[in-house]
Every structure is written in C-alpha cells, then in structure tokens.
Design a protein around this ligand. Structure first.
Ligand SMILES: [Zn+2]
Ligand SMILES: [Zn+2]
Length: 730
C-alpha cells in the first residue's frame, strides 16, 4: 500500500484514547516502530497514542488520513509480547480498544513524558568500615546492625536501608564515624549477577521441597500451590525465584492490593541481592514511572506489584508468581474489567514459562483447573515449622449474653489470651460506629437519599455516611416518622467495637484496621507497625485483616459478626465467605502457641461452617463446585453481566430488555433478566443487570460482541457496560 504514495508516506495504526473499537490510521514520513508512542491529531485535540501496526485496512482511503504530529520514542516502549497481550485483553474484555494498551503504560508516559530512570544514592563502606568489628558499636545496637548488614551486602540503596528499618540518623552516625559514605549512581547499568544474599533460605520441609522441585521448569506450566495458612508458601516462591534468577532470568510477583507493604517488599529484598522494583498505588506517578522503566530495561531482576503490574514489560521473564490468587483485588471492577490472574496465565503461556498461583483458599476456577489436571497441583497440607492449626468453634449467640454483639464466651477467651501476653484479633465486617441510626419506638432507620441502602453512623465525626455513594449528613435528633427522641445507634461497627474494647480493657492497646483508620497506605502501615510492639494487644477490623498479613503473636481470632453474609444473593457470596473465614481464622496461632478461633453466629447449624471447623476448605469448595456444575455457572460455563444505570428506572430496564430479546433470538446463550441490581439504586442512579450464560466461551463472545455496535454506550441518559467473567453477580 505504501508504494501508492509518491512521497513515500507510510501508514501507521495508532491506539488512541477514546471510545474506539480498533486503532485509527495516520500517515507518517518515516517508519515508526511498533510499540512507540506518537502524538496524533484527534478532532481538534492532540493526543498521545501507541503505534500498534503498520498496515492500513483496505477500506480506508489513505488520501483522507492525517499525519502523525510527532514521534515520541526512538525505540519501542512496549515490547511485542506486551502489545499482543494488550490486544488479547481488548478483544476479550470488550472495552475501548486503546484501554489495554494504555493500561500497560504508567500515567506519566500515557501523558507523553520522556521516560527516565532514577539516580539512586547508594551507601558503601569506607576502608575503616570494612575493617572494623561491628561488636565495637555494641552500645548502639541499631548502628551495629546496620554496619553488620553493610559488611555482608557490600552496598545498599537508601531505600533498602529505610526498608530494613533504619533511619537516616543511624546512617548519619556511621558516616560521622567515617565508616561509610554515599555515592550517586545512575540506574542505567547492566544487570548485576546474583550475588550473596542478606538472609539465607530456610530449610524446606519435604512438601515444600517437592513443590519447589516441580516449579523449576522452563516451559509453560500453570501450578496451583494450595497450602494451608502458615504453611510457608512464600518460602517456596522465594526459592523458585532464586532458581529462576540463577538461570539469568527475571521474575514477576503479583500480590493483592493491600498486601504489598514494606514488610512484604522487605522480605523479598532481604533474600535477593539483585535489584528489585515495586509497583503499587502507594507510589507517586514519578516513582511508578521510574520503577516501570527500570523493569522494562531489564534493570530489575524481580518486579513485585499489584494488579496492573501484570503488563509490565520484563525482558527474559522466567517465572510469574501470584500470591493469594483468590483475592478479589486482582479483578478490576471498572472501565477495563480484567482479571489480572487470567491475563498473567495468558502471559505465561505466551512466554512459555511456569506460573504459580498460590492460596490457602483457591478460587473455584483455579481449584477446578487443578482438580481436572489442567494445572499442576502442589499441596502444602501442614503448617511450616510444625505449628498446629487453630482450634475452631462456633459460639451460639442465641444462648449467650452479649454486649453490643460481643458474647460472654468471646469476651472471656479474649481476657485469657491477653492475660497470657498474647494478641487477640477480632473481625467485624462493618466499619463505622454502628450500621444504622434508628428509632426504637417505630423502627425508622436513616437511609441514603441517593441509594437503596442504610446510612452508617460514625460517632467520631457525628455523621451518618452512605458507604455506597459517600453521601454524608448530620444524624437527626428526633424521628422523622413518629417524632420520638432521642434516636440511637443500632448494631456494631469497627468504631463502636474499638470503643467498647477500650472500655473493657483499659490498659490494652486497641489497633483498628478499616477503611477509616487505615484510609491510606501510610496509615495502614503505621497500624501494622503497632501490631509488632511487645505485649498484649487487641486488633480489630474488617476484611483488610484477611489479606495474608502475618500477625506473629495473635493466638485468638474472634469472628464478631458474619451472619449478614450468609444470606447474600450474589453467586460468589458463599465462596467469598468460606475464603474470608478460613483466611481470618488462619491469622491465629502462627507462632509457638496453638491458636483458637471463635465464630459468633445465630445460625451455628448452617452447613457452611461444618467443613471450616475442620480446616477443610477443600470439601467446602468441592461442594460449591458441585452446585456450580448443576447451574452451569463458572467454571462449568461462562458468564457475562451487562449492567445499565440511569436516573430513570424504566430507561435502564428497557435498554436491557431490548438487549435480552436480541440475545435470546440468537438461541446460543441463556439470558436472565433484566433484574434490579443487588443495590438497586446508587448515587441517584437506578441499576439493572442482565446475566448472559453460555456453555462455551466463544458462544458467549459471539453473542455479546455485536452489542457495542447496536447500542451506544451512553445514550438517552442510560449508560451500560459488559463485565466478562464478573467477580460479582450483583
Ligand atoms: Zn448513597
Ligand atoms: Zn420513630
């Protein structure tokens, strides 16, 4: 085609931001390599896009094309393998064509900035520092420890020093003594070979060793590493990564959103001398861009990140690890609704490398794949270092005295564990002071004006807040329905629990984890830090506590309230409940003393508890798989949810009704709905959904793909989207 142009103009296909289902064509005087960013005109704006192809589709007249304004990169920023994964994502998840390509780039590069690696300050020992015996500093143990580590590591970055728990004052003291000095190093060197480690590997038990032996292959093999809580999965990952680095390859580790704390990074950093970069939402755009760029240049041997790090370009990738693979944060819940675990599987397949999905409570999809032999199945049925699984019992709330939902039995056990100097962890699924602000005369409950939901009372700020849309209002003094006053808070949230516990145990620190007390990564880490102090303490919080954190001295776990979750209409509610109970219980007794778990419930006979009382998540999961099979639901069938919302309920419903009749006419899929979403009104919008089911993935896709051309995504004040492989059917 290009030969048709006398002035030898080339065509390029560019993924540009916007509601397009494919790349747009532009002209260029030079050949711009695929994977480079360009600035191109779009309407009356100039936007940054990515060159994804050269060939012009036949149906477009080249004479009508506009030229590229500017080429931003000399060399491709995105490698061919990343581009091809992005292309697969945009096809599979049916979102705007460019969104997957743009997702692969950090925000600053999406805006057109020049990529740059950072200048790093490294700390090295002086000759005196190398010669001195650290014992001479024994009067200042922190300085002694830092010197000791430096003597073994040769040099450390400022970041490493910080993450190892040292302050700049410790470093300054060593500098004043002329034992070490700083040096500015530009991060643009060759990758360093594997050297000594700061911390040596632990000895594996026979099950861990058997798992490791199978992980060190060189071809695409997906594995489920199913190990009970505390079974030492991380040690297996670490040694598998070591083996990968020894072969001169690199590793990608994905962890849940809240799981990537300095403690996690530290644990990896202490084990590898090779450069490691982290990618997560707690970093500034600049830091993310630098880390991403270093990774893409191959300067990092290990890349550890949350969901979106799955698209980081990494040369010579040799292994992918996904920790806590069941975690819901791997599924993006808006715009491009991708499942990072599935994208990672695709990536491993394409790169022909092994991938490990680890969990104590694997998702039903992954477990199914392992049970039918599609994935290798590695088992760690025992806790590492011989620790026992905790004793679990249900507390029948119908037979208990309670104070704000805290039973006598749980209170007494908490008292005992604290008296012995241990920590107790209490789990509630509600943040705030109390779930509702209510009238005990007529039963009136304050609800959100914009949502079909009750407001949550937050005592600290004396506000009623909607946890769905964020609406806030001052609590009413008297009942709008019957005029009774005063009104009161009903039920217990984390905030009220904290107050009650502080009252009951005045000398014991109470450390709260929820989206209010740990609203930022920094605050979360500060709370986590507090749990490491000596002495008894009470940890109280929401499901944030279930995310794989290691609370060394927790010996008692109390599940304060779980009943509300027993009756959810969501397809995945039971699966999540089982995972949550198992994970929260698993925080107990990781150390020397055997742990204890108390589950408070008004429904102790509910069969959901039986397998969990015996640490038998597997039996529980297999039962759920059976139910799914009968219903033709994932992993035995494929599902998409189409959701619509509008200020006008009938418009939202009618749009889905029209889609439903089109889909039914195809006779290739099953359609359920339209039905109101579980939260039928949110932020003033009425929400409906349509569930589309098929036995084959291809049938599902063929049915829903044409919807995008028939129905504009936003029209007549209705908007809609498709969610392929939804995490929630609500
Ligand atoms: Zn609301
Ligand atoms: Zn009333």
């Amino acid at each position: 085609l290009t030969s048709l142009f006398p002035d030898s103009l080339q065509t390029v296909q560019v993924a540009v931001p916007g509601p397009f289902q494919g790349p747009l064509s532009y002209l260029s005087k030079t050949v711009i390599p695929i994977g480079c960013r360009v600035e191109v005109p779009l309407g009356n704006r100039t936007v940054v896009g990515i060159v994804v192809d050269h060939e012009n589709p036949d149906d477009i007249d080249p004479k009508k094309l506009k030229p590229v304004s500017r080429q931003l990169d000399e060399r491709p920023l995105l490698s061919i393998d990343i581009l091809s994964i992005a292309q697969w994502m945009s096809r599979y998840y049916l979102h705007e064509f460019s969104s997957a390509y743009l997702l692969a780039l950090p925000a600053l590069l999406r805006k057109g900035e020049v990529p740059a690696a950072s200048v790093e300050t490294r700390v090295k020992l002086t000759l005196e520092g190398k010669a001195i015996d650290p014992a001479q500093l024994k009067r200042s143990p922190k300085q002694q420890a830092l010197l000791d580590i430096l003597q073994r590591a040769d040099q450390l970055s400022m970041e490493q020093i910080r993450q190892l728990g040292f302050t700049s004052a410790h470093l300054k003291s060593l500098e004043t003594k002329r034992l070490c000095e700083r040096e500015e190093v530009e991060q643009l060197g060759e990758i360093k070979p594997t050297g000594d480690k700061l911390e040596t590997s632990l000895t594996l038990n026979s099950e861990q060793q058997a798992a490791l032996d199978r992980l060190t292959q060189d071809i695409f093999t997906p594995f489920l590493l199913e190990g009970v809580t505390g079974s030492g999965k991380t040690e297996v990952y670490l040694q598998a990564i070591e083996a990968c680095l020894r072969k001169g390859k690199r590793a990608l580790v994905l962890v849940p959103e809240i799981g990537l704390t300095p403690q996690t990074i530290q644990r990896f950093q202490r084990r590898f001398k090779d450069p490691l970069v982290a990618l997560h939402s707690g970093m500034t755009d600049k830091q993310r861009q630098q880390a991403w760029y270093q990774a893409s240049l191959g300067q990092a041997s290990v890349v550890i990140g949350t969901r979106s790090a799955v698209l980081t370009p990494i040369p010579d990738l040799g292994l992918i690890v996904i920790d806590e693979e069941h975690d819901v944060s791997f599924k993006q819940q808006d715009t491009l609704r991708y499942q990072a675990r599935d994208v990672a599987l695709k990536r491993a397949q394409q790169a022909n490398i092994p991938i490990v999905l680890g969990s104590a409570t694997p998702s039903l999809e992954t477990l199914h794949n392992a049970l039918i032999g599609r994935f290798g199945h590695l088992l760690l049925p025992n806790r590492a270092a011989g620790a026992q699984m905790p004793l679990v019992e249900t507390v029948d709330m119908r037979k208990q005295q309670n104070r704000n939902g805290l039973s006598e039995r749980l209170l007494l056990r908490t008292h005992d564990h604290l008296r012995d100097g241990n920590q107790a962890l209490l789990f509630l699924n509600r943040r705030g002071f109390a779930p509702s602000w209510f009238c005990d005369q007529c039963g009136w409950i304050a609800d959100c004006v914009y949502c079909d939901a009750n407001l949550t009372h937050h005592r600290h700020s004396n506000t009623n807040i909607c946890h769905h849309c964020g609406h806030r209002e001052k609590p009413a003094h008297s009942c709008p329905s019957c005029g009774h006053s005063p009104l009161q808070a009903m039920g217990t949230g984390t905030e009220r629990a904290e107050e009650l516990l502080a009252d009951l145990f005045p000398d014991i620190p109470v450390i709260r984890f929820d989206r209010d007390a740990a609203s930022t990564r920094k605050k979360f880490e500060a709370q986590l830090e507090k749990t490491q102090a000596d002495g008894p303490a009470i940890i109280v919080g929401t499901q944030m506590l279930a995310k794989g954190h290691h609370f060394e001295r927790v010996t008692l776990v109390g599940i304060w309230d779980i009943d509300t979750g027993l009756f959810s209409a969501d397809l995945r509610a039971k699966e999540r409940m089982g995972q949550l109970l198992t994970q929260v219980s698993g925080r107990s007794g990781r150390g020397e003393r055997r742990g204890e778990v108390l589950i408070q419930t008004y429904y102790p006979e509910n069969p959901i508890f039986t397998p969990l009382l015996n640490h038998d998540y597997r039996t529980f999961a297999v039962k759920l798989l059976d139910e799914r099979k009968k219903a033709g639901l994932p992993p035995f069938g494929f599902v998409a949810v189409i959701r619509s919302d509008s200020a006008f309920a009938d418009r939202a419903e009618n749009l889905l009704r029209s889609m439903a009749s089109y889909l039914l006419s195809l006779k290739t899929v099953r359609v359920l709905g339209p039905i109101p979403a579980l939260l039928s009104r949110r932020a003033g919008k009425n929400r409906y959904m349509l569930i589309v089911q098929a036995e084959k993935r291809s049938a599902l896709h063929e049915a829903v793909v044409p919807l995008h051309s028939h129905y504009p995504r936003q029209e007549k004040q209705v908007s809609w989207h498709i969610d392929i492989d939804p995490a929630e059917l609500s």
